[in-house]
Ligand binder design. Sequence first.
Ligand SMILES: Nc1ncnc2c1ncn2[C@@H]1O[C@H](COP(=O)(O)OP(=O)(O)OP(=O)(O)O)[C@@H](O)[C@H]1O
Length: 436
Amino acid sequence: MSDDPLLRVEGLEKEYATADGLLDRLFGSGRTVTAVDGVDLEVREGETLGLVGESGCGKSSLARSLLRLTEPTAGTVSYRGTDLTACSRSELRAVRANVQYVPQNPGASLNPRLTVRDIVGEPLEVHDVVPPSERDARVRDLLETVGLAPGHAERYPHEFSGGQQQRIAIARALAVEPEFVVLDEPVSSLDVSVQAQILNLLADLQDEFGLAYLFIAHDLSVVAHVADRVAVMYLGKIVDVGPTEAVFDDPSHPYTAALRSAIPEPDPRWEGDRIVLEGTVPSPDDCPSGCRFHTRCPRVLSPAEYDLESETVRAIRHLRKRLADGEDGLESVLATSGADDDVPAAIRDEFGLPAELEDDDAERVLADALEAVAAGEIDDGRARLASAFATPCETDRPRLEPVGDDGDDRSIACHRFDDAYADHLPDDSETRTPER
Ligand SMILES: Nc1ncnc2c1ncn2[C@@H]1O[C@H](COP(=O)(O)OP(=O)(O)OP(=O)(O)O)[C@@H](O)[C@H]1O
């Protein structure tokens, strides 16, 4: 396997203009969704690169724009040295004989009016792979290659199970004898036993034809078994990329750690607690400032001025978030506290904050803020906490930078791995921090 990348993606962006209604369309007042935001990525010859992230993080948009199935907004995609973003339609057609896309949900993407013979035979015709007289025989061969019967050629897609439909989609992609295939969630809609069959088939095809795969999945456990390297995506950005083993075993981006901990049967190599992420993925048309993951991150950095444990930092952040909702955010606490009750103590209790913080200066700020809240001055309390407990994760955007001993092969976008933010690591830093 050569180390020169087959495909190099640099600064790839994909924006969608969305129009909610007729007026938006008429006046051009719709919003812009940035689904892919400056992605750099490499796929090497013969390897499987797993691309993982929650639904809506931009995986399909990335895959489709790098193949120019949808036009990227910015960036370059170089395939064996040819910049696909600068190619004419006919040049692109020539490249497509080497690069194929197997879309998500083959049941919906296979044309229901065509027989399997026509579906698999179409790329043979478009790319003139074999003479017309040999096409039917080639289709039958391809069906056998993916484990279907040659006789299936005369049937229609709806006559097949989900696993068989996936095999048809794979046969169609293989028709042009590609060297790189993008597989968009190839097993996510299948039963576990069928998933294993498709994964085995893909591995066999890779061995036989020396294929490189970009394997997209929302589930890290699937990718763990098939990928040589893994790239983790969050809200349009790659936040962690490296050899599969390293991404699993070495200090990871907090988002990767959360995905890893969510694997139902934890990887036997890893002994850790389940990390439950707060809230849901923010909308890509309203991305958080700083690190996009900070609103859900269990390991945000603490202010450099104080020595606080992660748990305390997290609790204060939780309180800040609730205060941002004004009185409503603390309604449950304030409603149950009577006039004579110690409201600050009730708030500490609600948010798991100790009676006294371990850092005296931090304690003074918190106590004053809670007094303000107890006096009904919610805005004042929120402002005091916001200015004293701001973290660089809220303001500074982390860049994907090489970390640790793997050199360029392991990169993480997280301030925890950046020496410049060493003063901000909470006292009980849960991650070993490889040097950048
Ligand atoms: N054609 C489109 N027009 C407007 N917004 C779009 C379009 N396609 C995707 N999006 C938005 O872009 C974001 C990324 O979507 P995308 O389908 O690329 O994510 P994904 O990670 O592949 O998700 P899934 O696994 O659910 O397919 C989402 O917020 C989605 O709503």
